[in-house]
Design a protein around this ligand. Structure first.
Ligand code: PFF
Length: 463
């Protein structure tokens, strides 16, 4: 009986710190940059509904499973999976699930830091009043100017990477815990201020209707698959980030409640971000479906034309930086604990090694927007950012769903029900437990398999 294994590598203060840290991991560029633009590209309401269904039916069950694995194993993802596989009397090759996670985090943080670097640079651009201009093309051009300059991208990527390392090097309690307890409430307060601003200064009703009135004719098979993939990315699932945070969870905390809270916080914040952004976009007569440029091109035009736009725009990008910061910490932590526990490295050395190598890999993304840019077609869609797109597809469409699939199979089929019931503190007769197990065993593996076949181009959807 190892359910009460003590954490060898730190523990959160309370349930609340776990919820804050895991929500900090979940809420990031995915919520504030990506969700509004993919909702915009996919026609709004109907897409949002499918996304919400994915969060409930896939996201929450995997979130609970991943926290549970982490707390039961109480080590880095690789050793956690190895220990649990031994405990369940099954192949120790399950440790490769942990390894895929560590690797995925390593790759994601390399490009995540470059995009987060854009946000850092936009804090300064906004504060300097650069969005205030009569000609919208000039404001749009700021973004082109940034991404076409490898030197500028490298500078902001380096700054963001240093910010991330400065937190993780201090460890779980004085680093991660302190950062999330300051940054998450700060981020949330700014977001609420922006929503209130959008209510009074934006086309709030139009924005609200865009997000919540469903027009199913706009929904394609591709948008359904986008929604599933995004549910994974936005909840930080399938790569060990939630597993490692679960490994710091005190033994007496309810995993089910904590899992629901994190998923709810992530969803509410994505929707609030939509409610802050779309009314401002609409009141200025701009296009909600403008894609990845929505936050970095369309929104700055709006900020430049609105009363108080300099302050509001600057706060918006500060919020984006806070959100990305707490996510990048969680992306890098599984790799660091892996080096500490498996390779007996000190935290400082592990942070330096991971920091420098992910920074180096980030240069690939830096150059994807300028010197090394190339175009290719993937699953019927044209991609223009070469290696950045390849790394994004490799992680979001292949590695995270693969990690999620393995978690579902391990917990659903390999782990004894006695173990999962014990860790979750639930009885077999509990209907919630039965639904959770059914989803993990049958529904989730099938859906995730479809996503991956689609990613490999084996299934071609009409889109
Ligand atoms: N959930 C983060 C976001 O929405 O931006 C991204 C992310 C963080 C993905 C951590 C995966 C992860 F492990």
């Amino acid at each position: 009986m190892t359910a009460k294994r003590q954490s060898v590598h730190g523990q959160w203060n309370s349930r609340w710190t776990f919820v804050l840290a895991a929500a900090g991991s979940a809420v990031g560029l995915g919520n504030i940059w990506k969700f509004p633009y993919i909702a915009g590209e996919n026609g709004g309401g109907a897409f949002v509904l499918v996304y919400l269904a994915c969060i409930c039916l896939i996201g929450v069950p995997i979130m609970i499973a991943e926290i549970m694995l982490g707390r039961r194993g109480r080590q880095n993802p690789v050793m956690t999976m190895e220990t649990l596989a031994q405990e369940e009397g099954t192949s120790t090759n399950w440790k490769y699930l942990g390894l895929i996670g560590v690797l995925a985090g390593f790759i994601i943080v390399s490009y995540y830091s470059v995009i987060a670097g854009w946000a850092v640079s936009y804090v300064f651009k906004s504060a300097a009043g650069l969005f205030v201009h009569d000609d919208p093309q000039v404001v749009i051009g700021l973004f082109g100017g940034l991404v076409s300059s490898a030197e500028q991208l490298l500078l902001w990527h380096t700054i963001f990477m240093i910010m991330t390392i400065l937190v993780v090097v201090r460890g779980v309690k004085s680093g991660i815990e302190r950062a999330v307890t300051l940054l998450m409430p700060g981020m949330f307060v700014i977001l609420l201020m922006l929503v209130v601003y959008a209510m009074f200064q934006g086309s709030f009703v139009e924005g609200f209707n865009f997000l919540f009135s469903a027009d199913f004719s706009k929904l394609t098979r591709a948008s359904v698959l986008t929604a599933v993939g995004h549910a994974f990315f936005t909840l930080s699932l399938g790569m060990g980030a939630i597993m490692i945070y679960g490994s710091y969870l005190p033994a007496n905390v309810s995993i089910v409640k904590a899992g629901f809270m994190v998923a709810a916080a992530d969803t509410v914040i994505a929707l609030l971000a939509g409610l802050a952004i779309f009314p401002i976009v609409f009141v200025n007569g701009l296009d909600a479906g403008s894609g990845p440029g929505l936050v970095f091109q369309t929104l700055p035009i709006a900020f430049g034309q609105m009363p108080g736009g300099i302050v509001i725009g600057t706060l918006f990008f500060v919020m984006l930086v806070f959100a990305a910061w707490t996510s990048s910490i969680s992306l890098i932590e599984p790799g660091i604990t892996f080096l500490i526990e498996q390779k007996n490295m000190g935290r400082g050395k592990a942070c330096a090694l991971i920091g420098v190598s992910t920074w180096l890999l980030g240069i690939v993304t830096v150059l994807s927007f300028n010197k090394w840019a190339f175009t290719f077609t993937f699953a019927g869609e044209e991609k223009t950012e070469g290696m950045f797109d390849i790394l994004d597809i490799l992680t979001t469409n292949i590695m995270l769903p693969l990690g999620g699939l393995c978690i579902a199979v391990f917990v659903g089929w390999k782990m004894s029900q006695a173990s999962s019931m014990e860790e979750l503190g639930l009885r077999r007769s509990n209907i919630g437990y039965q639904i959770w197990l059914f989803l993990l065993r049958f529904v989730i593996p099938v859906v995730l398999l479809i996503i991956m076949l689609k990613a490999f181009g084996i299934l071609q959807g009409k889109s």
